[in-house]
Design a binder for this molecule. Structure first.
Ligand code: 1BN
Ligand code: ZN
Length: 317
């Protein structure tokens, strides 16, 4: 009996014990997988997604030419506001009227704030208007379109991250000359933003500005701009070099007049990330055929990777 019982016990105990061991090892493994996945998710920040940016670009280009003051630019604003609202962000309108060589025009900058740990701000800016050409329909896929699409996707990424500084994404109106890039017939939006920020005292908290313009050229090649702040340019171009992207963020220099000039004149360190070596620039060929999502991906990856060093530099000064 004794032997039989123990035999019976042994014969039932062994599989139960083994099963219990398997179950507990399995549970431990599952728990480990869950913990490490959660940790990985917490550590891996949301990435710039050029497919989303491309979708925005298609929508914006489909609106057609979008010169300042046109019904089409109002339609573009509606699209920007709706896309931002869809990711839980509110665009604040800064509207005003300006004298242009073609008369008085209503202009509107759109500003989105993504609060960070500090109230000090970095602005990421770009223009959303297109240059008026009467001879052909100019849809500005890279010139006006890429900056708009980029800012929309960048806003999504920044909102999903924990940021040390506050970020303002500024969709600038009226970058383009209404007639000729001379005197005051250009950069209406950036000039207005800076003047208003000076007047209301908010410019003091603006510590740096990064301007993106024409960043979707399918043959991307961005030269350094000698008007831009050297330390800010160095951080971005060194980041690109560290990512083996110097074929796109080129060591060569040029000199650019653009929306960064009013910020620089007001003492805000600023950089213009612009591909001026764009065959289709200010031609009817600045369409989706001349641009690529990959170019926006490169710029998105580099700028996101450069932000910690920019924040670090601002914290140290
Ligand atoms: C950029 C895109 N710009 C106009 N459309 C500014 C600019 C004007 C850059 C003239 C270089 C020369
Ligand atoms: Zn232009």
């Amino acid at each position: 009996m004794k032997v039989g019982r123990s035999k019976t016990r042994r014969s039932t105990q062994r599989p139960q014990g083994a099963l219990r061991t398997i179950v507990s090892v399995y549970s431990a493994c599952s728990a480990l997988i869950v913990v490490s996945t959660v940790a990985a998710l917490a550590q891996s920040p949301v990435k710039f997604d050029s497919n989303r940016a491309w979708g925005h670009l298609q929508q914006v280009v489909a609106i057609g030419p979008r010169p300042a003051g046109s019904p089409a630019i109002e339609q573009t604003r509606k699209y920007i506001r709706e896309q931002l609202a869809a990711i839980g962000l509110k665009a604040v309108e800064q509207a005003w009227e300006d004298e242009t060589p073609l008369g008085r025009v209503r202009l509107v900058n759109l500003i989105v704030t993504i609060p960070g740990a500090s109230k000090d701000r970095i602005a990421i800016t770009g223009h959303y208007d297109t240059k008026l050409f009467r001879e052909f329909p100019f849809v500005g896929a890279s010139d006006g379109g890429s900056s708009t699409a980029f800012l929309l996707e960048f806003a999504r990424v920044l909102k999903a991250r924990k940021n040390r500084l506050t970020y303002d994404l500024i969709f600038l109106d009226g970058e383009e000359a209404v007639v000729d890039w001379r005197g005051k017939d250009n950069t209406y939006g950036s000039r207005h933003y800076v003047e208003a920020a000076k007047r209301d005292g908010t410019l003091k908290s603006l510590k740096a500005m990064i301007l993106v313009d024409m960043i979707a050229d399918r043959d991307l090649g961005i030269r350094r701009d000698s008007n831009s702040t050297p330390w800010l340019t160095d951080i971005i171009w060194n980041t690109a070099a560290g990512m083996k992207l110097s074929n796109y963020f080129l060591p060569a220099s040029t000199t650019v007049e653009d929306d960064h000039l009013p910020f620089l004149a007001a003492g805000v360190p600023s950089v213009d990330v612009i591909d001026l070596d764009y065959d289709a620039w200010h031609t009817r060929r600045d369409t989706l055929d001349s641009v690529s999502a990959r170019s926006m991906q490169i710029v998105g990856d580099v700028l996101l990777a450069a932000l910690p060093a920019i924040e670090q530099r601002l914290a140290a000064h």
